[in-house]
Design a protein around this ligand. Structure first.
Ligand code: FMN
Length: 168
């Protein structure tokens, strides 16, 4: 396998309850930083915030992903981080997403993604399926049938579908 793309998938627990994470702008702030830094480093991925915690996929050159992940590891906005996968990958799953964001509600998605970055006509069904699959992963113990979940992603959810553009 090519060693061009390195991928890290982890889940973590938010440091504060939802009202604080959102009300004090923690999620918005980290997302803004993430998009800026990731874009500069050509790192792509997706961040899911469930209200209880995070699930994140980071992918790019290993030399780019690693320092970003080291920053994330010591970030006090979350804790109890557990790595689900850390390996080289054949290709990016989220090309063009400097950090795609999926929140607990469409309203939160739209607010944190910016009004002008709202849904741009991608198939809603694909979006919903991706959201459900990712949320399932976040809220499940690591011993979950991960391969089954990954099969769902491999079944066409991870590719650069039309909805990818809305989060770039
Ligand atoms: C759940 C979570 C996800 C994050 N994702 C990213 C990310 O994808 N890219 C990024 O540059 N920073 C991300 N951050 C912010 C980093 O932890 C860090 O604050 C930022 O990269 C600045 O790094 P520095 O403090 O080492 O300068 C995330 C933070 C949290 C809590």
């Amino acid at each position: 396998m090519s060693r061009d793309i390195f991928r890290i998938i982890y889940k973590s627990t938010a440091a504060h309850r939802t009202e604080v994470m959102l009300g004090q702008g923690h999620v918005a702030d980290l997302l803004a930083t993430a998009r800026q830094r990731n874009q500069a480093a050509d790192v792509s991925g997706v961040l899911v915030y469930t209200g209880l915690g995070f699930f994140q996929v980071l992918e790019g050159a290993r030399t780019a992903v690693q320092p970003i992940f080291e920053s994330i590891l010591v970030d006090r906005r979350h804790h109890t981080l557990a790595v689900i996968e850390m390996d080289f990958a054949a290709e990016r799953r989220f090309p063009g997403w400097s950090m795609g964001f999926l929140g607990t509600t469409r309203e939160l998605d739209d607010r944190l993604n910016g009004a002008d970055l709202g849904p741009s006509g991608g198939p809603e069904v694909l979006d919903q399926l991706l959201r459900r699959t990712l949320l399932l992963l976040v809220d499940s113990p690591i011993s979950m049938p991960w391969l089954g979940a990954r099969a769902a992603l491999d079944d066409g959810l991870g590719g650069p579908g039309p909805s990818a553009a809305r989060h770039s």
